[in-house]
Write a protein that binds this ligand. Structure first.
Ligand SMILES: [Zn+2]
Length: 218
């Protein structure tokens, strides 16, 4: 597929992990219902999941700057990070560390699902992972619990250093990410069913199609 030719040949590991997790979850749900499972069905689920992650991957490649910040934060503690005996990367933690996910800026600039980068929780002009982690007024309680373990400096390099060196800091970051990202995703789903938001998305899609058509020579 064309996406495989852009920059990297293999999708990032967290996206591959998401495919496995999706297939596992659907298989477990089917078993719980007592539904018989054929190999073709599982193969189809895998294909569907892969299509989803290719879309996410393409979006990420359009905005690599956030990934650069993550690498910059991990590089000084790379040895501690890779040799640590604790902590796994979760779906929500990846979003907070990479900035790719349910944040106003990402949804506006990369996923093109919002008209502005605004934070819908506190009204700040730009909602980013850094804003969510260290500023947004909506997450004061969750942040207080995080600061109690990690310390007051919630910049990405400081948070990553704490996570690499301390299992309890890793757990605290993971818990914060889980609680906050699931609330943000819930709010985003509610926003997306709002008819005005849907109308705005259709207009943007129309404009993108127009721009695309103009690039095709007559
Ligand atoms: Zn906010």
């Amino acid at each position: 597929m064309a996406e495989y030719l852009v920059g990297e040949k293999v999708p990032p590991w967290d996206l591959e992990a998401k495919v496995l997790a999706n297939v596992y979850r659907r298989t477990a749900e089917a078993r719980a219902r007592g539904t018989g499972l054929e190999l073709e069905i599982i193969a189809r689920w895998r294909q569907e999941s892969r299509r989803d992650i290719l879309r996410t991957w393409t979006e990420r490649l359009e905005d690599p700057s956030a990934g650069v910040l993550t690498i910059g934060a991990i590089r000084p503690v790379l040895s501690e990070w890779t040799s640590r005996g604790h902590g796994t990367i979760t779906y929500c933690l990846t979003q907070v560390l990479s900035g790719h996910g349910c944040f106003g800026r990402y949804l506006w600039k990369v996923a093109r699902r919002k008209p502005t980068a605004e934070c819908t929780h506190c009204g700040a002009v730009e909602d980013t992972a850094a804003h969510t982690l260290s500023e947004c007024a909506a997450w004061t309680e969750q942040r207080a619990r995080l600061v109690a373990v990690v310390g007051a400096d919630l910049s990405l390099p400081a948070a990553v250093r704490a996570m690499a060196c301390d299992a309890s800091a890793w757990r605290a970051m993971s818990t914060f990410s889980q609680e906050v990202i699931s609330r943000k995703e819930e709010a985003e789903r509610a926003r997306e069913v709002d008819p005005l938001a849907a109308q705005m998305r259709r207009r943007r899609a129309g404009r993108r199609r127009l721009a695309h058509d103009r690039r095709i020579p007559p």
